[in-house]
Ligand binder design. Structure first.
Ligand code: SF4
Ligand code: SF4
Length: 352
């Protein structure tokens, strides 16, 4: 849709009220400028920190400025959604027999839920001000959401590279609506990390190589989700019971001590993904696992990669009896060479 709506017909305040009404916890406006932080991506890619996420390099030009996606852009409406369900942080969950799953992945697939909410927000803005051009993205588009979120006043990019909101913490899904509405931008957020280095100190693999610098190739989130190949042997012990993703550098952040907690239904832990026992997950057949992942963000990794991760986590659980459960399972994915190699590693580790 094209056709400009002037700031006389729709205001940032009206947009923020509509955003709250459809379920967004925080909303701000950023200008579509070439912010210096957008340029850091190039250096990050040049260091190879993106690992096998080649799609990041392929559309790096678009990621450098939203006007490369939509030349008529005049504003970026940034939205934050708290996904922090009321459960202890993973650091407090010390049972090595239970799977640690990244908090964002406990509930429904955020792409679907947030896409739907953005659609309702766009419709509400149109009801007020008439048609306008827009592009809406949640995570999968070529938009550096965190940078625009910072300039929209939603929070600052912490040394753990997450967007942190002073009041809500960092358990936030970010999404963006690039539009041709003329809207007064918000004030950029200031950095409140100060001299803290808790996230850098707590990272089990040294993936935070320096403040604000993440080497994805060492990050458990990358290694257990995006990575389609073997988990490097030198990082397998650090995987511990992280069967899908890692929250450690957010768990330890002081700004998450009083983080916002949401009763929003889509983000509540699904049955079967609420700190499940590793061996219970492993013992399910492939069909059951596929059903479990359906409609969850975890389907991104799929059953094969989940089994690979489970094998490593079970290998780290310290119970020699678990080796028999790993070894005797005969599902299709268990016979996959990638999974077999991780099972062999785990069995050897468990049997000492
Ligand atoms: S998610 Fe985990 S592995 Fe990745 S940087 Fe944070 S603490 Fe390190
Ligand atoms: S743990 Fe400390 S340094 Fe890391 S993001 Fe939080 S406040 Fe910043």
């Amino acid at each position: 849709m094209t056709g400009h709506v002037s700031s006389r017909t729709v205001s940032p305040e009206q947009i923020k009220a509509c955003a709250a009404a459809v379920g967004f916890d925080v909303c701000g406006i950023a200008p579509p400028a070439a912010f210096p932080e957008l340029g850091f991506l190039e250096e990050w890619l040049a260091r190879g920190y993106h690992g096998d996420m080649h799609y990041l390099a392929r559309n790096a030009e678009k990621r450098a400025d939203v006007r490369a996606i939509m030349p008529s852009a005049t504003a970026v409406i940034m939205l934050g959604t708290v996904y922090n369900a009321d459960r202890p942080y993973s650091a407090e969950q010390c049972d090595p027999g239970r799977a640690r799953i990244a908090r964002y992945a406990w509930g429904d697939d955020y792409h679907t839920v947030i896409d739907d909410r953005m659609g309702r927000l766009v419709a509400a803005i149109r009801d007020i001000g008439g048609p306008f051009e827009h592009r809406a993205y949640v995570d999968t588009g070529p938009v550096q959401e965190r940078v625009y979120a910072r300039y929209a006043g939603l929070g600052w990019i912490g040394k753990n590279t997450c967007l942190i909101n002073r009041d809500l913490g960092s358990w936030l899904f970010l999404s963006a609506i690039i539009c041709d509405l003329f809207l007064e931008p918000d004030t950029p957020a200031l950095d409140h990390c100060g001299r803290c280095t808790l996230c850098i100190d707590a990272c089990p693999t040294g993936a935070l190589t320096a403040p604000y610098q993440l080497d994805a190739r060492r990050c458990l989130s990358y290694l257990t989700i995006e990575n389609k190949n073997e988990i490097p042997v030198e990082h397998r012990a650090a995987v511990a019971s992280h069967a899908y993703g890692c929250d450690i550098c957010q768990d330890v952040c002081p700004w998450n001590r009083k983080a916002g907690v949401t009763p929003d239904l889509p983000w509540q832990p699904r049955p079967g993904l609420d700190a499940p026992r590793l061996l219970d997950l492993w013992s399910r057949d492939d069909t059951e696992l596929r059903t479990l992942l359906k409609g969850s963000p975890m389907k991104r990794a799929g059953v094969r990669r989940l089994r690979r991760n489970l094998a490593v986590s079970i290998g780290n659980c310290g119970d020699p009896a678990a080796a028999d459960d790993l070894d005797s399972h005969d599902e299709e994915t268990c016979r996959d060479p990638l999974v077999r190699e991780h099972v062999a590693w785990a069995v050897e580790k468990l049997r000492g």
